[in-house]
Design a protein around this ligand. Structure first.
Ligand code: GTP
Ligand code: MG
Length: 340
């Protein structure tokens, strides 16, 4: 049975960077994977693409021919895929037969909230080749620095969860930058676990102290109540350069799309599959890791890295990306057993 993930998120959220990290990680654990670019505007992908929507349609062409700007052009490009959509679906399903697929998507949220082209592609793939998908929705952690923006982001996450109707893993990306943005009203776990949102009310009111602002803050409160009522949104935290956070996230995604429970025919990653089946998650105190003691963690990692490089030099071997991943995986598996 084929499996995959759909990577979405607003422009600049870190989708392509994450896809590149995933490709590295899968190479390191031996999982056969294929990256598919579904963004007609994405002319520079940092990873190797197995299939590119730009082979079917490019944004520049559409903008030129239809006299449209970048956003209108993108909508038109995807809507007008109609003629070639079957061919695209056919190509993807052939790839998915023997590779885990990862879709890098355009950043325009409208494509997931009120347009149907991409959704049609995913639904058709589910039907045609039984592809089991999970949405990985990235949101820049910068947004948690403003309580009202945080609430908007929650609404956005909820909206795409309801619209796409697929298992979702929401992710606060670039968590390594969050300590640069000044003190937050709450601890990091509060934001990832989406705890009682009414605690944010005083900060939301502070953000908007004009008359119109008061209405705005009431609206934000109501949206917060709505999000809470659904009780669906929570976040994983990701810093692409931090391998432990990548590994933890991928263990969550493997659960969400069901890969962990039976993917042997696609697989090729027996060691990883075994490690995740045994539990597959390491609790991280996010506040401690990314804010209170960030420096200490970085120093410890640097020390470990230096030691590993020296170890490799002793046997006359270069310490490469695969070695880095292997070391990170060992660390991760060890922490997993210590905790459980
Ligand atoms: N510090 C830090 N920067 C990141 C991380 N992930 C991505 N970035 C940076 O964020 C910027 C945007 O990343 P992209 O991967 O291009 O974002 P995208 O979502 O693909 O953007 P669009 O395709 O334009 O929608 C780049 O400069 C990345 O280097 C991260 O985990 N930490
Ligand atoms: Mg991108």
């Amino acid at each position: 049975m084929p499996f995959g993930q759909i990577v979405i998120g607003p422009p600049g959220a870190g989708k392509s960077t994450y896809c590149n990290g995933v490709q590295q990680f899968f190479n390191a654990i031996g999982r056969r994977s294929a990256l598919i670019n579904l963004d007609p505007a994405n002319d520079h992908t940092p990873y190797d693409v197995a299939l590119d929507i730009r082979d079917f349609i490019t944004l520049e062409e559409v903008m030129d021919e239809q006299n449209l700007g970048p956003n209108g052009g993108l909508m038109f490009a995807l809507e007008s895929l109609d003629d070639s959509i079957d061919l695209l679906i056919d190509k993807i399903s052939r790839i998915a037969k023997d590779s885990y697929v990862v879709f890098d998507c355009p950043g325009q949220v409208e494509l997931f909230t009120h347009h149907s082209s991409l959704q049609r592609i995913f639904k058709a793939l589910e039907k045609k080749c039984g592809l089991r998908l999970c949405v990985v929705s990235l949101i820049d952690s910068f947004y948690i620095t403003s309580p009202s923006q945080y609430v908007s982001v929650l609404l956005l996450a909820l909206r795409s969860m309801l619209q796409l109707d697929l298992p979702h893993v929401n992710v606060l990306s670039k968590i390594d930058l969050v300590s640069n943005y000044g003190e937050l009203p709450m601890k990091l776990d509060y934001y990832t676990e989406v705890q009682d949102l009414s605690y944010l009310t005083p900060w939301i009111e502070k953000e908007s102290n004009s008359v119109l602002g008061k209405r705005y803050s009431r609206l934000t409160e109501m949206i917060a109540e709505l999000v809470e009522e659904y009780n669906l949104v929570s976040f994983e935290a990701l810093a692409v350069e931090d391998k432990q956070s990548m590994i933890n996230l991928l263990s969550v995604i493997d659960k969400a799309n069901g890969y962990m429970f039976g993917a042997t025919e696609v697989g090729g990653d027996t060691v990883w599959a075994e490690a995740t089946r045994q539990g597959g998650y390491v609790e991280v105190d996010l506040q401690d890791r990314w804010i209170d003691n960030k420096k200490k963690y970085e120093e410890e990692e640097e020390k470990k890295r230096k030691a590993a490089i020296e170890e490799a030099e002793k046997v006359n071997k270069a310490f490469d990306v695969e070695d880095e991943w292997e070391a990170a995986l060992n660390d991760w598996t060890e922490s997993q057993t210590t905790i459980s």
